[in-house]
Design a protein. Structure first.
Length: 573
C-alpha cells in the first residue's frame, strides 16, 4: 500500500502562513521566559536561605509579571494556531468533497458510504488536530527543551552531559512505539469506518430489517464489527499503556543520577546550592515537554493513518474528464446520435456492442428488454456518467466529450425509478441544484407535475421539511416531486428510467398524466419493463446483450410477432 506523508499537506498550510507566522512569534516569546523562570527559582531559593524578605517579595513580583507575560503569549499562540488549523481542515475537507463529486459512478457503486463519511469528518478533523498540535504544542516543547538545556549547559555542562546519557535510548523507544502505534491506529480507523458503513446500511434499510424480523441477524453483524473495532482500539491503548511506564521509568533513573551527581558537584565546589536549585528547576521544566513530545509523537503517528486515508481518496483519478478546451454546450434542439458506440464495465465483458441510434428533436424513444440487456447503460452514457470505449455520442452534431459536463447535464433531465429526496423543504427539493429560486416558478412546476395539490395539504405547504430520503411521503408523491424537479430544470432531453414501475394504479395515473405534460416537445428516452407505458412512443427499441435487435412502433413490432410481441404477450395474457 502506498504511503503518504505530512509534507503533502503543505499546499493547504501555505495559505495560512501569515497566521502561523504570528503564532510562531508568540511561541518564541513564550519560550524565552522558561530559562528566566529557572533563574528566578534559584534566586528566590538563595534569598529564602538568607531570610531576605524584601528581596523575596521583589523576586515574587518579577516572577508574577513573567508568568503573566508568558501566558498572554501562550494565548496568542494557541488561539492563532487553532484558527489556522481549522482553516486548513476546512480547505482540505472542501477539496476532498469536490474531488469525490468528480469521480465516476462506478466508484460509488463499490465504495462504502460510511467509510467516505468517516474520512470526510473524523479523519480530516484528526489531521487538523495534528497540525494544531505541531505548532501550538510540539514546536513550543522542542524550543523549550533547547533553551532550557542551553541554560543547564551554561550552569554546568558536565552534569548536563551525564543526565543525557539515557536520551538516545528514550528516542529509540519513542520511535519504535510510534511506528507500532501507526499500524494499529490504521487498523482501528478502518474498523470504525466499517462500523459506520454498517450503521448507515442498516438504518437506511430499517424497514426491510423489521419486515423480515431480521433484528437478531442485524445485531449479530453489528456485534461482530463492534468487537473488531473494540479489539483494534484496545491494541492501540495497550501499546500506549506500555509506553508511558517505560519512558517514565527512564525519566526516574535520569532524575536519580542527577541528584547523585549534583550532590557530588556541590561537594567538590563546582556548583553552588543556588545554581543547583536553578538546575533542578530547569530539569523540572524539561519533564513536561518530554512528556508532551512523547504524546504528540504518538498522535502524529495516529494522524499519519488519517493522512494516508485522505490522500488515498485524492489519488483516485476520475475516468470521466473534461477536455482542457471544453466548450459550453449551447441551447440544443434535442437531436441525439449514437455512432458505433461500444462500452464495457470490465474489458472482457462488453455491455454495449457497436450501437448506432439517431433520435430526432421531440421524438420519444423507448428501450425495452430483459434486465441486464444494457438499457440503463445506454442512457447513462448520454450525460457522461460513463464514457464509451469507442464510438461517439453527439447532441445537435456536437460530440458530448467536447463540452463541459455542467453545460451538458443542465440540458438533460432525469426522472429515475427511485426518487432521491434530500433533507430540507419541499421547495428546496424541487429546486435542487439552484442556490436561488422563485417560489412562483416552483409552484408552476409542481402544478404541471400534479404535485401542487398534495403539497398544499401538507402542514407547511412548500416549506414542509421532508425526512431523510423522503420517507414521510408516498412513492407517488416522491415521483411527482421528481417530475416537478425536471420541469423546473426545463431540459430539451429527458430520460425516464422506470418512472412508474413501483406505483399503485391511482398514483401511476397521476404520474403518467404529469409525464405527458413534461414530455411535450422534448426528446425523450424511456426505459420501461411495463409495456403499457411505451405504446404511444414514436419508436420502441428492443435491446438484447447491448444491441438493438428490433425497432419500430408498437403496432409494427406486434405485427412482426417476434421478441416484442412475446414480451407483450407475457405481460397481458
Amino acid at each position: 500500500m502506498k504511503r503518504f506523508h505530512y509534507w503533502q499537506l503543505l499546499p493547504y498550510v501555505q495559505p495560512q502562513w501569515k497566521t502561523i507566522a504570528q503564532a510562531f512569534a508568540c511561541t518564541l516569546v513564550f519560550t524565552v521566559f522558561w530559562p528566566i523562570l529557572a533563574w528566578l527559582a534559584g534566586r528566590i531559593a538563595a534569598y529564602i536561605g538568607q531570610g531576605n524578605v524584601t528581596a523575596i517579595a521583589q523576586i515574587a513580583v518579577i516572577s508574577a509579571v513573567v508568568f503573566l507575560s508568558q501566558k498572554i503569549a501562550q494565548f496568542g499562540q494557541d488561539s492563532l494556531m487553532a484558527k489556522a488549523a481549522l482553516f486548513i481542515a476546512f480547505d482540505l475537507r472542501q477539496q476532498v468533497y469536490a474531488h469525490l463529486q468528480r469521480l465516476n459512478l462506478s466508484y460509488f457503486e463499490t465504495a462504502k458510504t460510511g467509510d467516505l463519511s468517516y474520512r470526510l469528518t473524523e479523519d480530516i478533523d484528526r489531521i487538523g488536530e495534528v497540525i494544531n498540535k505541531v505548532f501550538h504544542d510540539f514546536i513550543p516543547c522542542v524550543l523549550q527543551l533547547i533553551v532550557v538545556l542551553g541554560y543547564m549547559i551554561y550552569l554546568n555542562w558536565q552534569l548536563t552531559l551525564s543526565t543525557l546519557i539515557i536520551a538516545p535510548l528514550m528516542a529509540i523507544l519513542i520511535g519504535w512505539f510510534g511506528e507500532r502505534l501507526q499500524q494499529v491506529s490504521r487498523r482501528s480507523q478502518n474498523q470504525i469506518s466499517d462500523l459506520s458503513a454498517l450503521l448507515i446500511e442498516v438504518f437506511s434499510g430499517i424497514r426491510l430489517v423489521q419486515a423480515f424480523a431480521a433484528e437478531d441477524y442485524a445485531l449479530s453483524r453489528f456485534r461482530q464489527d463492534a468487537e473488531r473495532n473494540r479489539k483494534a482500539k484496545y491494541a492501540a491503548e495497550r501499546l500506549k499503556a506500555i509506553q508511558f511506564p517505560v519512558i517514565g521509568f527512564l525519566e526516574a533513573i535520569s532524575a536519580l543520577i542527577l541528584l547523585f551527581l549534583g550532590g557530588w558537584q556541590i561537594s567538590t565546589g563546582n556548583l553552588t546550592a543556588s545554581e543547583f536549585v536553578s538546575y533542578v528547576a530547569g530539569l523540572a521544566l524539561l519533564i513536561d515537554p518530554i512528556s508532551h513530545i512523547t504524546t504528540n509523537y504518538n498522535e502524529f503517528k495516529q494522524g499519519q493513518a488519517s493522512v494516508d486515508r485522505i490522500f488515498e481518496l485524492l489519488a483516485i483519478k476520475p475516468t470521466v474528464l473534461e477536455k482542457p478546451n471544453a466548450i459550453a454546450l449551447p441551447p440544443v434542439t434535442g437531436k441525439v446520435e449514437y455512432r458505433h458506440v461500444c462500452f464495457a464495465y470490465k474489458p472482457e465483458q462488453p455491455v454495449i456492442k457497436d450501437l448506432s441510434l439517431l433520435a430526432h428533436p421531440g421524438e420519444r424513444i423507448a428501450f425495452v428488454g430483459a434486465s441486464g440487456a444494457g438499457k440503463t447503460t445506454i442512457v447513462n452514457l448520454l450525460p457522461r456518467f460513463y464514457d464509451p470505449l469507442s464510438g461517439e455520442i453527439l447532441i445537435d452534431g456536437i460530440d458530448i466529450q467536447d463540452v463541459t459536463l455542467r453545460s451538458l447535464r443542465r440540458q438533460i433531465g432525469i426522472v429515475p425509478q427511485e426518487t432521491i429526496l434530500f433533507s430540507g423543504t419541499i421547495a428546496q427539493n424541487i429546486a435542487f441544484g439552484k442556490t436561488e429560486f422563485d417560489l412562483n416558478e416552483i409552484e408552476t412546476a409542481a402544478k404541471i407535475a400534479n404535485a401542487h395539490r398534495f403539497i398544499t395539504q401538507l402542514p407547511y405547504g412548500y416549506d414542509t421539511v421532508v425526512g431523510e430520503r423522503g420517507v414521510n411521503l408516498s412513492g407517488g408523491q416522491r415521483q411527482r416531486l421528481a417530475i416537478a424537479r425536471a420541469v423546473l430544470l426545463n431540459p430539451r432531453i429527458l430520460i425516464l428510467d422506470e418512472a412508474t414501475s413501483a406505483l399503485d394504479s391511482e398514483s401511476e395515473a397521476l404520474v403518467q398524466e404529469a409525464l405527458e405534460r413534461l414530455m411535450h416537445g422534448r426528446t425523450v428516452f424511456i426505459i420501461a419493463h411495463r409495456l403499457a407505458t411505451v405504446r404511444r412512443c414514436d419508436r420502441i427499441l428492443v435491446i438484447e446483450q447491448g444491441q438493438i435487435v428490433e425497432s419500430g412502433t408498437h403496432e409494427e413490432l406486434l405485427a412482426l410477432s417476434r421478441r416484442y410481441a412475446r414480451y407483450y404477450s407475457q405481460q397481458f395474457n
